[in-house]
Design a binder for this molecule. Structure first.
Ligand code: NDP
Ligand code: 8X3
Length: 257
């Protein structure tokens, strides 16, 4: 296992769910964290907690990953002490709606495509050249079971996660000959704010998604990401699919009630 002490880790979507859990697990390992999201107050609160608990140094980026120029400016204006990113965790993402494709909302589609695909690409494009130059680095993309199996009404969200899977594979191929690693971590059901966001704040509907099931926790996913990033430098874990014991596929879920 390699040490992450003082390594610089950029986590997008650090204000909630899997991103916040990653911040905690990497802080516990002595890493220095660049935390990015739109909700700055959430990042400030997280940073204060990490400083209190682990003495973690953080650098906060209030960033909308859909805004290419903002991503470019955020990365190019990092202070020297923060500019040599060792690990990029492309986690920011969302689903919007659960509608038949022919009845879907253009706004929902664009938000998912712009965040899950284009945002991930922008971060990758601006961060990876530095990794190549320094001969070190690791990109972890958060995909989904939805990138492996399309489910009814999941159409565009599933399409974005299938794109993440293809992009991870392509990046791995394009980085062949460099020591930079690429991993796609693809979870099934994880209880976070994901379903609240999908259903535009309808929390009763969101809660039903997890009813009678023991879903993954964000910490379960962070644990797997931590494992992938701490293997010996010659080992690349390409893809991990993880799901709750109560889930067998994107649509096959064992509900106890
Ligand atoms: P949450 O809704 O809890 O967290 C999503 C995070 O993404 C938030 O921190 C949010 O921050 C950030 N985000 C969303 N849009 C943007 C944006 N435009 N710019 C910057 N940050 C953004 O959900 P999860 O933790 O579950 O989701 C994390 C990732 O995991 C996503 O890519 C999701 O698709 C994936 N995933 C989730 C699963 C699940 O069942 N929960 C299963 C499989 C994959 P803010 O709003 O502050 O900007
Ligand atoms: C999130 C999991 O099954 O709701 O990617 O698409 S699912």
């Amino acid at each position: 296992m390699i040490s992450l002490q003082n390594q610089i880790i950029l986590i997008t979507g650090a204000s909630s769910g899997i991103g916040t859990a990653c911040a905690k697990v990497f802080a516990g390992a002595g890493a220095r964290l660049i935390l990015a999201a739109r909700r700055l107050e959430r990042l400030q609160e997280l940073a204060a907690n990490l400083r209190g608990e682990f003495g973690t140094e953080t650098y906060l980026l209030q960033l909308d990953v859909r805004d290419r120029l903002a991503v470019e400016s955020a990365i190019s204006s990092l202070p020297n002490a923060w500019s040599e990113i060792d690990i990029l965790i492309n986690n920011a993402g969302l689903s919007r709606g659960l509608d038949k494709l022919h009845e879907g909302s253009f706004t929902d589609w664009e938000e998912m495509i712009d965040t899950n695909i284009k945002g991930l690409l922008y971060l990758t494009r601006y961060v990876v050249p530095g990794m190549v130059k320094r001969d070190r680095g690791h990109v972890v993309n958060i995909g989904s079971i939805a990138g492996h199996q399309t489910y009814p009404n999941g159409n565009v969200y599933c399409g974005t996660k299938a794109a993440v899977r293809a992009i991870s594979e392509g990046l791995k191929q394009d980085l062949l000959g460099t020591p930079v690693r690429v991993t796609s971590v693809d979870p099934g059901m994880v209880e976070t704010e994901f379903s609240d966001v999908r259903f535009h704040g309808d929390s009763d509907r969101a809660k039903k998604v997890y009813q009678g099931v023991q879903p993954l926790t964000p910490e379960d996913v962070a644990d797997v990401i931590f494992f992938c990033t701490t293997r010996s430098p010659h080992v690349n874990i390409n893809e991990v699919v993880l799901m709750p014991v109560d889930q067998a596929s994107a649509t096959l879920v064992n509900r106890r009630t």
